[in-house]
Write a protein that binds this ligand. Structure first.
Ligand SMILES: Cc1cc2nc3c(=O)[nH]c(=O)nc-3n(C[C@H](O)[C@H](O)[C@H](O)COP(=O)(O)OP(=O)(O)OC[C@H]3O[C@@H](n4cnc5c(N)ncnc54)[C@H](O)[C@@H]3O)c2cc1C
Length: 444
């Protein structure tokens, strides 16, 4: 059964998030963007309003909401400011390895604190010399009794400057690739953890990004999220749940840009009439709407799949890939519709333009999503149509044999060019591509 109807609870949540986005996020966004400052007061309000940490299960003190709910809320906040949305929802990414791990003790210790005490968690796979190729990370985890000692630098860590905890991915041996990767829940107040300066960015300046240096950081066995060899899979399982939400960032930003452009197109006049009357503008708006709606469907589908306990890896990649690229295109067209004003800092589209650019990079670039989707197609996808060389020919419906002169003869297909030959034997040579008899296969 297919049903896109939201439940009354989901509609209420969506409305609450929209109100918060319009009243608290939108008015503050430009300020924090110009200041390049983390919007702690707004994040605190989001926490108090119950906008953050929706996915912490009830048994650990959270509301126990699903990814579909996360998609609804994220779209609303991202429509007001994708940067602030990153700040507000990054903890969900940081927490995901803990939620997915089997470490019950760490869940009982940390999740209630995160749910109740406004604690922030960051996620750290990336390093100064590695982002896409997670298996080649260099941060080392050296066993010491039952503990591990971490050494290395994690880079590009969102909310790292304010994080209380970080899910750190490291390796027992950088040469062992996937086999060595493990994961730990690290407290930033532990000895040996140093937070770097805020990295200055083009967009998403309402979110904080830093490097984190780990020097002989002792992690007790209680904080192991994944043993060596299990960390890579944990990172990929995390992305399968968080990538649909990056799709929702794109949907929110695209929707906002489309709505600003729609408003402008109705009011701006050129050559004696509002530009909304020109088909060139109407077609742009139609495509912007189509892309936004398509992106939302894909993100909802991937989020729903995850909520059903299915492996959403491929659809999460499709959703992230499509929605973030669509967002870029929609925001670009919105800027074009707004003409010179679109390019100014007094209009909101210039900021959206800078903010959405990141969506195609973090949590796996668009190229990485293509690699995942192509890998699925080439290795796991099951086709419904037959292989080309097995394409059936039904004698009754063969336009070349309407008088059924070939009835009773065997049918042969050239595997190279597709030519169909009737006869007791295949021809010595294909009359189209000149491949020899061996290229023919009998169609049964
Ligand atoms: C603002 C910001 C916030 C971030 N937040 C976090 C965070 O909180 N935690 C965290 O761990 N990381 C974070 N990241 C890091 C982010 O996930 C990486 O930047 C991203 O995965 C890409 O890695 P890279 O920058 O090292 O690029 P690289 O991996 O070096 O890739 C460079 C280019 O080559 C392409 N490429 C790489 N390999 C291939 C291939 N096989 N085929 C085709 N093309 C390829 C990439 O798509 C990219 O275009 C953040 C990054 C930014 C910019």
């Amino acid at each position: 059964m297919l049903d896109f109807t939201l439940t009354p609870e989901q509609i209420k949540l969506q409305e609450k998030a929209r109100q918060f986005a319009m009243e608290e996020v939108l008015p503050a966004a430009a300020y924090y963007d110009v200041k390049d400052e983390i919007p702690m007061p707004i994040m605190r309000k989001a926490f108090d309003a119950g906008i953050m940490n929706g996915d912490i299960p009830k048994e650990y003190g959270g509301p126990g909401l699903g990814l579909v709910e996360a998609a609804l809320v994220t779209e609303e906040i991202a429509a007001a400011c994708p940067g602030l949305a990153t700040s507000i929802f990054d903890s969900a990414l940081g927490m995901e390895p803990l939620l997915l791990s089997k470490n019950e003790g760490a869940k009982r210790k940390y999740l209630p604190r995160i749910a109740k005490d406004f604690k922030q968690t960051s996620f750290a796979t990336s390093e100064p010399t590695m982002g896409s190729d997670v298996s080649s990370l260099r941060c080392t985890a050296t066993p010491d009794g039952e503990d591990y000692i971490l050494n290395g630098t994690k880079y590009w860590i969102t909310n790292g400057g304010i994080a209380d905890y970080v899910s750190v991915f490291a390796t027992i041996d950088p040469k062992s690739q996937h086999a060595g990767i493990c994961a730990f829940f690290v407290e930033t107040k532990w000895d040996g953890v140093t937070i770097g300066r805020t990295i200055p960015k083009m967009g998403q300046r309402c979110s904080n990004t830093v490097g984190i240096n780990l020097k002989n950081v002792r992690v007790p066995k209680e904080n192991i999220l994944a043993m060596p060899g299990k960390g890579f899979v944990l990172a990929m399982q995390t992305f399968a749940r968080t990538r649909p939400i990056i799709g929702s960032f794109g949907v929110g930003a695209a929707r906002a840009a489309m709505e600003y452009a729609l408003d402008y197109a109705k009011k701006r006049k050129t050559f004696g009439m509002a530009i909304q009357n020109y088909q060139a503008i109407q077609f742009k708006l139609a495509e912007m709407y189509q892309k936004t709606e398509t992106a939302r469907l894909l993100t909802w589908k991937a989020a729903w799949e995850s909520d059903q306990g299915k492996d959403a890896t491929v659809n999460a990649s499709i959703a992230k890939f499509y929605a973030t690229e669509a967002a870029q295109e929609v925001v670009d067209e919105a800027l074009q519709i707004c003409g010179g004003y679109g390019y100014t800092r007094m209009f909101p589209i210039e900021k959206l333009y800078r903010d959405v650019r990141l969506l195609r990079i973090y949590e796996g670039t668009s190229e990485v999503q293509r690699i995942i989707i192509a890998g699925h197609l080439l290795n796991n996808y099951r086709s419904s149509v037959p292989q080309l060389e097995n394409l059936p020919v039904h004698r009754e419906f063969d336009p070349l044999d309407e008088d059924h002169a070939n009835a009773g003869k065997a049918i042969w297909r050239c595997r190279i060019c597709g030519h169909v030959h009737y006869g007791d034997e295949a021809p010595e040579e294909c009359p189209y591509c000149f491949f020899p008899k061996t290229a023919f296969k009998e169609i049964t």
